[in-house]
Design a protein around this ligand. Structure first.
Ligand SMILES: Cc1cc2nc3c(=O)[nH]c(=O)nc-3n(C[C@H](O)[C@H](O)[C@H](O)COP(=O)(O)OP(=O)(O)OC[C@H]3O[C@@H](n4cnc5c(N)ncnc54)[C@H](O)[C@@H]3O)c2cc1C
Length: 540
């Protein structure tokens, strides 16, 4: 074998780290909003998330995307989805570690949702696609509780810590997965335009006829679906297998060929006399499914915080090992500016996401309604730019699939698009404030906790109140308001809980305007070294 060259200055693989306990900002948020025991209970999951094995599952699940099998060999419709075994390992791990519906059955554990949120941020860094069904299973439970008989039927399976793949009668399964069907061809944001119809049957069930243009995770056991009754849009639970063991009509027409999220199946579905049961009141489908949507929005924030964190982890790791122009990248001032800026963004996203989860534990519905929408707008919207910048830290290697950054980059815009695209969620921030004064009061109270801690923060809060006090042209300004609200919340959290270096950098750049239009433009004097050191995750 001819030796043409020696391989030098290449970065070692990042394995053997713990993206939960090793992430100081995430671990601190866990202890702050829950306790050390919650963090300890995630030790096994954290170590697995940083292992070569889990990273390989993530790669395999994406390189071997799901396949639709509409018919069996004899021509019978089966509408089944085939997954690579790696997908099932990811799902099994998530469900067994309580990241799906388990917190709703956690009895008197006062921190069950924070614990889950911390686990979700850490584990989703392995692979984002399977987070979709995990999230929908988590989110379906509060919506189903609108009809206790249905919750009684399905909740034990949805909250179980067992993953049992395959279509079977749901009450006989050890664990269930849920999905949702709202979006139709003619509109996703405007669900009142749904054309799927439901007809009541003498036995109390309904028959649904129509289509859904996006239904992710079609292999799930049950779905919350919107359809029209005479009273208006209503919410139904549609199981894939009926109580008598026969298959419900659930025609999966095709799987979407998506930019990213490739491990996860997203489908188009036709209903033709499909059996469902009403969730909540007739004509009150939107309030019913909003219970689910609010929780999926929480996970959009957590998933985006995880995406940002995964990209940052790779960027710091690379910069700590790669040399250019005679020095490690991490020691070069301009790279320190970039890395510290990414780290501040990551800590702000994490702090806000875990604070939202604490609101679920505490039953702070008004806070969650408004802060959740604002955070969904801001954190998800920031993610693609942050991931792109982190990718560039790795230079050309970052653009190559093996680095894992391209997968993160393809996934990055998704959380902003689904569950309320940017404009829709910004308008929803206004709606949440308009419907009840409690929401703004709850969020303002949280922001006020840091009043006086920093003049730039105080000015930003004044600007927020000025924006809110001006009733003229509110919809046109909805993005400004949603973004500023989220920034004030992040500022309040960082000023109270983060080290001074992080909070100061956040206030200077995100609130005080001392920043260019790209990342890596923090002002001179920013304590970049300590910010980057705090954010580094060292393999154990
Ligand atoms: C990978 C993937 C998986 C998905 N999985 C599911 C699923 O499982 N179940 C499900 O039901 N749906 C699912 N969706 C659909 C998703 O929720 C919708 O695409 C989304 O809600 C937007 O709806 P739409 O595509 O019809 O866009 P539209 O509603 O047509 O909106 C288009 C654009 O217009 C903007 N807009 C809308 N109204 C206004 C307004 N009043 N003012 C200003 N701007 C406005 C929106 O913000 C958006 O940017 C999925 C989507 C993707 C990409």
């Amino acid at each position: 074998m001819s030796a043409t060259h020696e391989v030098t200055n290449q970065v070692p693989p990042l394995v053997g780290h713990d993206p939960i306990a090793g992430d100081v900002a995430l671990a601190e948020a866990c202890v702050r909003h829950a306790d050390a025991a919650a963090l300890d209970s995630l030790a096994g999951l954290g170590r697995l998330a940083g292992s070569e094995q889990a990273q390989e599952w993530g790669r395999l699940a994406n390189e071997n995307p799901p396949r639709l099998r509409t018919h069996d060999r004899y021509g019978h419709r089966i509408d089944e989805i085939e997954f690579h075994p790696a997908w099932h390992e990811l799902m099994r791990t998530a469900v067994e570690n309580g990241l799906a519906g388990a917190p709703w059955a956690a009895g008197d554990d006062p921190h069950a949702h924070v614990r889950r949120a911390v686990g979700y941020v850490g584990w989703s860094q392995v692979e984002m696609g399977h987070g979709c069904p995990v999230t929908m299973t988590y989110a379906a439970v509060p919506a189903l509780r609108r009809t206790p008989a249905l919750a009684g039927r399905y909740e034990p399976g949805l909250t179980a810590r067992e993953y049992q793949f395959g279509l079977a009668e749901p009450t006989g399964k050890r664990g269930l997965i849920a999905g949702m069907g709202m979006t139709e061809k003619q509109g996703g944001s405007d669900v009142r335009a749904n054309t799927t119809r439901a007809v009541p049957q003498p036995d109390g069930s309904y028959l649904l006829t129509g289509h859904k243009w996006f239904t992710s995770a079609p292999m799930s056991d049950l779905f919350l679906v919107l359809a029209q009754l005479e009273e208006g849009v209503s919410c139904f639970v549609v199981p894939r297998v009926l109580p008598d063991g026969s298959r419900n009509v659930f025609h999966v027409q095709r799987l979407k060929d998506k930019l990213g999220d490739r491990s996860n199946a997203s489908s188009e579905v036709e209903f033709d006399g499909t059996t469902g049961w009403l969730v909540g009141e007739p004509g009150r489908g939107v309030p019913a499914i909003i219970e689910m949507v609010n929780m999926t929005r929480l996970d959009c924030v957590l998933g985006s915080a995880g995406t940002v964190r995964a990209a940052l982890t790779q960027a710091i790791h690379h910069a700590r090992h790669r040399r250019a122009f005679g020095a490690l990248l991490v020691d070069q001032p301009l790279m320190q500016n970039v890395l510290a800026d990414l780290a501040v963004e990551s800590e702000a996203a994490t702090a806000l996401g875990i604070r939202l989860a604490a609101a679920v534990d505490a039953g702070e519905a008004a806070f969650l309604r408004l802060a959740g929408a604002a955070a969904k707008f801001w954190v998800c919207k920031r993610t693609p730019g942050v991931v792109a910048e982190a990718m560039e830290v790795l230079g050309g290697n970052g653009y190559v699939e093996d680095s894992g950054l391209p997968r993160l980059y393809r996934q990055a815009p998704l959380n902003s698009i689904w569950e309320g695209s940017g404009n829709v969620i910004a308008l929803d921030v206004l709606r949440a404030m308009g419907r009840s004064s409690d929401t703004l009061a709850a969020v303002s109270a949280e922001i006020e906790l840091a009043r006086g801690a920093d003049a730039r923060f105080d000015d930003a809060v004044k600007r927020l109140h000025a924006e809110l006090g001006d009733a003229d042209g509110l919809p046109f300004r909805a993005r400004r308001i949603a973004g500023l609200l989220a920034l004030c919340l992040q500022g309040s959290l960082l000023l109270r809980h983060a080290p001074e270096a992080v909070a100061d950098a956040f206030c200077a750049t995100r609130l005080g305007g001392d920043q260019g239009t790209v990342l890596g433009t923090m002002p001179a004097g920013t304590a970049v070294t300590s910010i980057v050191e705090r954010a580094a995750i060292t393999p154990v």
